[in-house]
Design a protein around this ligand. Structure first.
Ligand SMILES: C[S@@+](CC[C@H](N)C(=O)[O-])C[C@H]1O[C@@H](n2cnc3c(N)ncnc32)[C@H](O)[C@@H]1O
Ligand SMILES: [Zn+2]
Length: 189
Protein backbone atom coordinates (compact mmCIF):
# COMPACT_ATOMS: atom_id res chain seq x y z
CA UNK A 1 0.00 0.00 0.00
CA UNK A 2 1.34 3.46 -0.92
CA UNK A 3 2.43 5.68 1.99
CA UNK A 4 -0.16 8.34 1.12
CA UNK A 5 -2.96 5.79 0.99
CA UNK A 6 -1.90 4.44 4.40
CA UNK A 7 -1.86 7.93 5.94
CA UNK A 8 -5.27 8.70 4.46
CA UNK A 9 -6.70 5.49 5.92
CA UNK A 10 -5.25 6.28 9.35
CA UNK A 11 -6.69 9.83 9.24
CA UNK A 12 -10.11 8.40 8.28
CA UNK A 13 -9.93 5.99 11.20
CA UNK A 14 -9.02 8.78 13.63
CA UNK A 15 -11.95 10.92 12.35
CA UNK A 16 -14.30 7.94 12.78
CA UNK A 17 -13.02 7.28 16.29
CA UNK A 18 -13.41 10.96 17.30
CA UNK A 19 -17.01 10.97 16.06
CA UNK A 20 -17.73 7.76 17.96
CA UNK A 21 -16.10 9.18 21.11
CA UNK A 22 -18.08 12.44 20.82
CA UNK A 23 -21.36 10.48 20.67
CA UNK A 24 -20.66 9.04 24.14
CA UNK A 25 -20.07 12.41 25.83
CA UNK A 26 -22.64 14.14 28.02
CA UNK A 27 -22.48 17.40 29.96
CA UNK A 28 -25.11 16.37 32.50
CA UNK A 29 -23.59 13.30 34.17
CA UNK A 30 -20.31 11.83 35.42
CA UNK A 31 -18.91 8.63 36.94
CA UNK A 32 -18.62 8.31 40.74
CA UNK A 33 -18.41 5.49 43.29
CA UNK A 34 -21.93 4.13 43.77
CA UNK A 35 -23.78 2.99 46.89
CA UNK A 36 -25.66 0.48 44.72
CA UNK A 37 -22.65 -1.24 43.16
CA UNK A 38 -19.07 -0.40 42.10
CA UNK A 39 -19.09 2.70 39.96
CA UNK A 40 -22.27 4.48 38.92
CA UNK A 41 -23.29 7.55 36.92
CA UNK A 42 -24.55 10.68 38.65
CA UNK A 43 -26.38 13.79 37.42
CA UNK A 44 -24.07 16.84 37.44
CA UNK A 45 -27.04 19.20 37.00
CA UNK A 46 -30.83 19.12 37.19
CA UNK A 47 -32.26 17.15 34.26
CA UNK A 48 -35.80 17.67 32.97
CA UNK A 49 -38.17 14.75 32.44
CA UNK A 50 -37.91 13.12 29.00
CA UNK A 51 -34.51 14.58 28.12
CA UNK A 52 -31.71 12.76 26.36
CA UNK A 53 -29.07 12.15 29.04
CA UNK A 54 -26.37 10.17 27.27
CA UNK A 55 -25.91 7.70 24.43
CA UNK A 56 -24.90 4.10 25.19
CA UNK A 57 -22.23 3.33 22.61
CA UNK A 58 -20.34 0.19 21.68
CA UNK A 59 -19.77 -2.37 19.03
CA UNK A 60 -22.90 -3.88 17.43
CA UNK A 61 -22.43 -7.66 17.47
CA UNK A 62 -24.51 -10.71 16.51
CA UNK A 63 -26.15 -12.67 19.36
CA UNK A 64 -23.95 -15.75 18.88
CA UNK A 65 -20.80 -13.67 19.38
CA UNK A 66 -22.33 -11.74 22.24
CA UNK A 67 -22.74 -14.79 24.48
CA UNK A 68 -18.99 -15.54 24.24
CA UNK A 69 -18.16 -11.88 24.91
CA UNK A 70 -20.42 -11.86 27.97
CA UNK A 71 -18.67 -14.94 29.40
CA UNK A 72 -15.23 -13.42 28.69
CA UNK A 73 -16.23 -10.21 30.48
CA UNK A 74 -17.72 -12.18 33.36
CA UNK A 75 -14.56 -14.30 33.77
CA UNK A 76 -12.30 -11.21 33.61
CA UNK A 77 -14.42 -9.34 36.14
CA UNK A 78 -14.55 -12.32 38.51
CA UNK A 79 -10.75 -12.48 38.44
CA UNK A 80 -10.79 -8.96 39.86
CA UNK A 81 -13.32 -9.96 42.54
CA UNK A 82 -16.47 -8.58 40.95
CA UNK A 83 -18.91 -9.33 38.16
CA UNK A 84 -19.83 -6.81 35.51
CA UNK A 85 -20.94 -7.56 31.98
CA UNK A 86 -21.45 -4.74 29.51
CA UNK A 87 -23.63 -6.31 26.85
CA UNK A 88 -26.78 -4.41 25.91
CA UNK A 89 -29.58 -6.40 24.27
CA UNK A 90 -30.72 -4.57 21.15
CA UNK A 91 -33.14 -6.94 19.35
CA UNK A 92 -33.51 -10.60 18.36
CA UNK A 93 -30.40 -10.50 16.20
CA UNK A 94 -28.11 -7.82 17.58
CA UNK A 95 -26.52 -6.75 20.87
CA UNK A 96 -24.11 -3.93 21.68
CA UNK A 97 -20.80 -4.71 23.37
CA UNK A 98 -20.49 -1.56 25.46
CA UNK A 99 -17.21 -2.52 27.08
CA UNK A 100 -15.22 0.49 25.88
CA UNK A 101 -13.78 2.95 28.41
CA UNK A 102 -15.40 6.06 26.88
CA UNK A 103 -18.87 4.49 27.15
CA UNK A 104 -19.83 6.18 30.43
CA UNK A 105 -23.41 4.88 30.12
CA UNK A 106 -22.17 1.30 30.62
CA UNK A 107 -21.73 2.16 34.30
CA UNK A 108 -25.37 3.10 34.92
CA UNK A 109 -26.74 0.74 37.57
CA UNK A 110 -30.15 -0.95 37.69
CA UNK A 111 -32.94 0.23 39.99
CA UNK A 112 -36.41 -1.13 40.78
CA UNK A 113 -37.53 2.53 40.77
CA UNK A 114 -35.45 3.90 37.89
CA UNK A 115 -35.16 7.55 36.90
CA UNK A 116 -34.11 6.76 33.33
CA UNK A 117 -34.93 4.34 30.55
CA UNK A 118 -33.10 3.14 27.48
CA UNK A 119 -34.62 4.08 24.12
CA UNK A 120 -33.56 1.97 21.19
CA UNK A 121 -33.65 3.91 17.94
CA UNK A 122 -32.46 1.83 15.01
CA UNK A 123 -29.20 0.34 16.24
CA UNK A 124 -28.48 3.18 18.63
CA UNK A 125 -29.32 3.34 22.33
CA UNK A 126 -30.10 6.57 24.19
CA UNK A 127 -30.63 6.96 27.91
CA UNK A 128 -33.62 9.25 28.56
CA UNK A 129 -34.88 10.64 31.87
CA UNK A 130 -38.23 9.20 33.02
CA UNK A 131 -38.83 12.09 35.41
CA UNK A 132 -37.13 15.29 36.64
CA UNK A 133 -33.75 14.35 38.13
CA UNK A 134 -31.94 16.48 40.71
CA UNK A 135 -28.22 17.27 40.50
CA UNK A 136 -26.31 14.63 42.50
CA UNK A 137 -28.88 11.81 42.00
CA UNK A 138 -27.56 8.49 40.76
CA UNK A 139 -28.90 7.57 37.32
CA UNK A 140 -30.51 4.17 36.88
CA UNK A 141 -32.65 2.19 34.49
CA UNK A 142 -34.48 -1.13 34.45
CA UNK A 143 -31.98 -3.66 33.06
CA UNK A 144 -34.94 -5.76 31.92
CA UNK A 145 -33.26 -9.03 32.93
CA UNK A 146 -35.26 -12.19 32.35
CA UNK A 147 -36.77 -13.93 35.38
CA UNK A 148 -35.22 -17.32 34.59
CA UNK A 149 -31.95 -16.81 36.48
CA UNK A 150 -33.26 -14.25 38.95
CA UNK A 151 -31.46 -15.78 41.94
CA UNK A 152 -28.11 -14.96 40.30
CA UNK A 153 -28.96 -11.24 40.32
CA UNK A 154 -29.89 -9.95 43.78
CA UNK A 155 -30.77 -6.25 43.65
CA UNK A 156 -29.15 -3.72 45.96
CA UNK A 157 -30.86 -0.61 44.55
CA UNK A 158 -32.16 0.31 48.02
CA UNK A 159 -35.37 1.90 46.71
CA UNK A 160 -38.65 1.52 48.65
CA UNK A 161 -40.01 -0.41 45.67
CA UNK A 162 -37.06 -2.85 45.49
CA UNK A 163 -38.30 -6.37 44.74
CA UNK A 164 -34.98 -7.94 45.75
CA UNK A 165 -33.78 -9.12 42.36
CA UNK A 166 -32.75 -7.51 39.07
CA UNK A 167 -35.71 -8.60 36.97
CA UNK A 168 -37.66 -6.74 34.28
CA UNK A 169 -40.63 -4.94 35.85
CA UNK A 170 -42.88 -6.64 33.28
CA UNK A 171 -42.11 -9.95 35.01
CA UNK A 172 -42.68 -8.76 38.56
CA UNK A 173 -46.12 -10.44 38.92
CA UNK A 174 -44.50 -13.77 38.04
CA UNK A 175 -41.53 -13.06 40.31
CA UNK A 176 -43.86 -12.25 43.22
CA UNK A 177 -45.61 -15.63 42.71
CA UNK A 178 -42.28 -17.47 42.64
CA UNK A 179 -40.97 -15.68 45.73
CA UNK A 180 -44.20 -16.44 47.64
CA UNK A 181 -44.06 -20.12 46.58
CA UNK A 182 -40.43 -20.44 47.61
CA UNK A 183 -41.19 -18.83 51.01
CA UNK A 184 -44.11 -21.23 51.46
CA UNK A 185 -42.01 -24.30 50.66
CA UNK A 186 -39.36 -23.20 53.17
CA UNK A 187 -42.02 -22.80 55.89
CA UNK A 188 -43.53 -26.27 55.23
CA UNK A 189 -40.14 -28.03 54.89
C1 LIG B 1 -23.13 -2.86 33.50
S1 LIG B 1 -22.55 -3.04 35.12
C2 LIG B 1 -22.99 -1.53 35.89
C3 LIG B 1 -21.79 -0.78 36.41
C4 LIG B 1 -21.16 -1.40 37.64
N1 LIG B 1 -21.65 -0.75 38.84
C5 LIG B 1 -19.65 -1.30 37.57
O1 LIG B 1 -19.02 -0.70 38.46
O2 LIG B 1 -19.09 -1.85 36.61
C6 LIG B 1 -23.75 -4.20 35.64
C7 LIG B 1 -23.40 -4.89 36.91
O3 LIG B 1 -23.47 -3.98 38.00
C8 LIG B 1 -24.07 -4.60 39.12
N2 LIG B 1 -25.32 -3.92 39.44
C9 LIG B 1 -25.96 -2.99 38.71
N3 LIG B 1 -27.10 -2.61 39.31
C10 LIG B 1 -27.20 -3.32 40.44
C11 LIG B 1 -28.17 -3.40 41.49
N4 LIG B 1 -29.27 -2.67 41.50
N5 LIG B 1 -27.94 -4.26 42.51
C12 LIG B 1 -26.83 -5.02 42.54
N6 LIG B 1 -25.87 -5.01 41.59
C13 LIG B 1 -26.05 -4.17 40.55
C14 LIG B 1 -24.30 -6.07 38.75
O4 LIG B 1 -23.16 -6.81 39.13
C15 LIG B 1 -24.39 -5.98 37.23
O5 LIG B 1 -24.07 -7.19 36.63
ZN1 LIG C 1 -34.03 -3.16 43.53
Amino acid sequence: MAKNEKLEREAKLVRKFKKFYARAQSDCCEVRGSIIHGRGVYATKDIDKESEVIEYVGEPIYKDISEDRAWEQYARAEEHGDAAVYIFKLDDKWDIDGNVPWNTARLINHSCDPNCEAWIIGRRVYIYSLRDIKEGEELSFDYGFDIESYEDHPCLCGSDKCIGYIVSQEQWPDLRRRLAASKESKVTA
